[in-house]
Every structure is written in structure tokens, then in C-alpha cells.
Design a protein around this ligand. Structure first.
Ligand SMILES: Cc1ncc(COP(=O)(O)O)c(C=O)c1O
Length: 421
């Protein structure tokens, strides 16, 4: 039998980011009776098999209305397809309706989830060993993991760091920051959002420093009760500085694995010809996933058609459920911890609440919590590049009922009480 050594495989395989998701999945499989406030998956409350048929039919009708004959309709849905996708025009209309983002559909690459969008973008940007990615810290493991796969170091930027100073310091060290990854709306894991003023300032800094921004926005459609949405960076971007990473996992359906990237930046070739970054990403995609499943795209396309291109409209029930659950978590923490022993964020939307406690929170404590207390959450240490002891954990409100939240918070309160000095 061929025996391989982990130390002789790609270095990313021992990286924490790549092991984080597997570890969390293993813990939840091991303790199936534990209530999970760990998973950031969307609610299953409204999943309906009938919808899939409806969406497929709507997409097929849409093709017919465009003049496709039956053979062309079948071919479009059954066959290998266009690398940049077959629902790019519908995605462009969705962005115009929901986000006031107006882009040429040719600047959109439909991807296998947002995860592939990140990988393609980072692959294109990483060209030499001095390239680095900046990322607001704490950050999503999907981006740090993708960067690791590509040997692209990530420099964390704390929420209150001066981005321009971080860029200048990296350049002074001989590094080339290629982009900064940001999540201005209800970030994962911090739950934090940028106000309008900060978004404008971020765009200004990016322009001054000639830096691309990678804007990831899977949670933007889920503001808390009474909160108005703020325009995305891409909607405010007047000089194509923002590469917009989109996901339908929370707003369409996660199993379709459809996402996209808006890459409307121009790229000049050595012969002086000008193309779009999207076309370069498409070349990479042709060697990664060839094309995004047309069946899955048809389902998402049908959902867009069914809702006049508005996922805000399509997700009213989900938005209400998440807003109620988020409030149940923050109210529930306030009721259980009136004395200031611990603190927590009160996000203006999204799925995540961060609880800060006076003791270190690590994977060992998570196992203990699952085994002895029957509640799962995510150690915040998973979202940091370096791993000093972090005294915080992330709670997710998205895939539980309010009754489960109540029970889970009782269990969490018992764990915390036992850990307090
Ligand atoms: C910040 C962030 N970006 C991207 C994704 C993944 O998107 P997708 O499922 O479309 O790959 C997630 C999923 O949890 C996320 O939290």
C-alpha cells in the first residue's frame, strides 16, 4: 500500500482553517442530541420539494419565451454549459432590484457557491510569493482556507485598525496586498456591520491605496426587526474597486450550491487589449468545476423569476424568523445574565451573536459543552489566524426554533456558571 506523509502533502492540510469545519461537523455528529447554536445553516422550516419543480418549470418557460425550441431548452438544462453560467442575466436583474447594483451580465461568473467565487478570485490575484490578502479579523474560515490552498498569506486587519496603515506597513515589508476581504453586512462571525459613513470611507481608503475590496454579502437580506438596510459597497462603488462575492445559500437554497462573483474590473493584456476580470476568472473556473450545474442554476433562476427577481420578497418569512430568533438570543442572554458576568453583541441583523466570557474558550470546552451540557456553539478562536486564547464564542440563531434557543441558553448558562470562578 502506498503510504503518504502528511508533512509531504500541501501545507494547507494541517492549517486550522481547513480543519475547522470538519472538527465542528464531527462534534455535532458525535453528539446528535445536543442543541446546535453552532451551525450557520439556513432554516429548514420552508423547504418544499414542490418548489424545485415549480422553479425548473419557470426557468424552462423563461427559455421558451426567449425563443428556445424544446431541444434547446433540454440542452441548456441537461448539457454541459457556458462556463460563466446560464443565469448571469437573471442574477444581474436581481442585483439591480434588491441592491441597486447595476452591472453588465458579462461581468458575472456564476459559481459553485460563494466558496468557488472566493477561490477563483484569489487564484487570479495571487501571482507571486510577495502577494498577500488582507482580511478584517475575525474572519470567515472559507476565505482564509481558500487563501491557504493557494499559498496566499492572510494579514488580519482588526475592526478598529487603520486599513491604510496596514497596507503601507505591508508594502514597507516588501509585500503586495492584492485586496482586502470585507463583510460590511452582519459579518460572520462578528455580527458587526459598517454604517454608511464607514463604507464611504473604506472606498476612499481603497482608492487612495489602490487596493481592491472583496465584498462578501451572504447575510445582507436579514436585518433585525426595525433595521433598514444600508447600501452595499458595490452599490456605492463608482470606480470598479469592489469585487462582489454573492451566495444563494441563505437566500435561494444551500443545496443548489450556486453563488457568483461580480468582477467588472478591466484587465489589460500585454498586447494592449482590454478584457474583464470575469473572463479571467472564467478561464480558471474552466479548470476547477468546468461549469456550475445547469440544473442547480435553473432552480435558482426559477426562484428569481418566481419572485420578480427580488430575494428580499422571496425571503420575508425567513427574515422574520431570523429577526425573532436573534432577539430571542439577545433577550435570553440578558434575562440569564443580568449581573454583567459576561457580555454579548446585539447585532443589527444576520445570524450571529458573539458572547465574551472571562475564561478561555477552546475546542476542549466545546466538547465538554456538547457532552455534559448538550449545547453546541463555535469557539471564536476558529476565526482568527493566530491562536491566542480567545475568551469568546459565537452563537448562531438560524437553524433552531425559539423553544430550542430557550433550552440551549439554559444549558449554556449552566456551562458558563460552572466555568466562572
Ligand atoms: C461569510 C460567508 N461567505 C460565504 C459563505 C458560503 O457561501 P456558499 O455556501 O455560497 O459557498 C458563508 C457560509 O456560511 C459565509 O458565512
Amino acid at each position: 500500500m502506498a503510504e503518504l506523509k502528511l508533512t509531504e502533502l500541501h501545507g494547507s492540510l494541517t492549517n486550522r482553517a481547513l480543519n475547522s469545519m470538519n472538527f465542528l461537523n464531527e462534534v455535532s455528529h458525535h453528539y446528535p442530541d445536543a442543541i446546535s447554536l453552532a451551525a450557520g445553516r439556513p432554516t429548514e422550516e420552508f423547504f418544499d420539494l414542490e418548489d424545485l419543480h415549480t422553479y425548473l418549470d419557470l426557468f424552462a418557460d423563461h427559455l421558451r419565451a426567449r425563443g428556445y425550441d424544446e431541444a434547446a431548452v433540454r440542452r441548456t438544462i441537461f448539457q454541459y454549459g457556458r462556463t460563466k453560467g446560464i443565469v448571469h442575466d437573471l442574477v444581474a436583474r436581481n442585483l439591480a432590484v434588491d441592491e441597486d447594483i447595476h452591472v453588465d451580465p458579462e461581468a458575472i461568473v456564476v459559481t459553485v457557491g460563494c466558496q468557488e467565487a472566493m477561490l477563483l478570485t484569489l487564484r487570479a490575484l495571487r501571482s507571486d510569493p510577495y502577494d498577500v490578502l488582507l482580511a478584517i479579523s475575525p474572519t470567515y474560515v472559507g476565505i482564509t482556507g481558500a487563501a491557504r490552498l493557494l499559498d496566499l498569506p492572510v494579514i488580519p486587519v482588526a475592526e478598529d485598525d487603520d486599513l491604510a496603515a496596514v497596507v503601507k506597513a505591508a508594502r514597507a515589508d516588501g509585500l503586495r496586498p492584492r485586496a482586502c476581504y470585507v463583510m460590511p453586512d452582519f459579518a460572520n462571525p462578528s455580527g458587526l456591520s459598517l454604517d454608511l459613513e464607514s463604507r464611504r470611507r473604506l472606498l476612499e481608503v481603497a482608492a487612495e491605496q489602490d487596493l481592491l475590496l472583496l465584498e462578501d454579502n451572504p447575510y445582507g437580506l436579514f436585518p433585525a426587526e426595525g433595521v433598514d438596510r444600508v447600501p452595499t459597497l458595490k452599490a456605492l462603488d463608482t470606480d470598479r474597486r469592489v469585487v462582489y462575492l454573492g451566495s444563494f445559500a441563505k437566500t435561494g437554497l444551500p443545496g443548489a450550491r450556486v453563488g457568483y462573483v461580480v468582477a467588472d474590473q478591466t484587465v489589460e493584456a500585454p498586447d494592449g487589449s482590454i478584457g474583464l476580470l470575469a473572463d479571467e476568472l472564467s478561464k480558471i473556473k474552466s479548470m476547477v468545476t468546468v461549469n456550475t450545474s445547469p440544473v442547480a442554476q435553473a432552480v435558482i433562476g426559477g426562484k428569481l423569476l418566481a419572485n420578480d427577481f427580488s430575494l428580499v420578497a422571496a425571503n420575508r418569512r425567513e427574515r422574520d424568523l431570523y429577526a425573532a430568533n436573534l432577539k430571542a438570543i439577545t433577550d435570553g442572554l440578558a434575562a440569564r445574565f443580568p449581573g454583567g458576568e459576561i457580555s454579548w453583541t446585539v447585532p443589527s441583523g444576520g445570524f450571529f451573536v458573539v458572547v465574551t466570557v472571562p475564561f478561555p474558550v477552546d475546542d476542549v470546552l466545546l466538547e465538554k459543552s456538547a457532552h455534559e451540557y448538550g449545547v453546541l456553539w463555535t469557539p471564536m478562536s476558529h476565526f482568527y489566524e493566530a491562536c491566542p486564547p480567545i475568551h469568546a464564542l459565537r452563537l448562531s440563531c438560524s437553524s433552531v426554533t425559539t423553544a430550542q434557543i430557550d433550552a440551549a441558553l439554559n444549558r449554556l448558562a449552566a456551562l458558563i456558571a460552572d466555568q466562572l470562578p
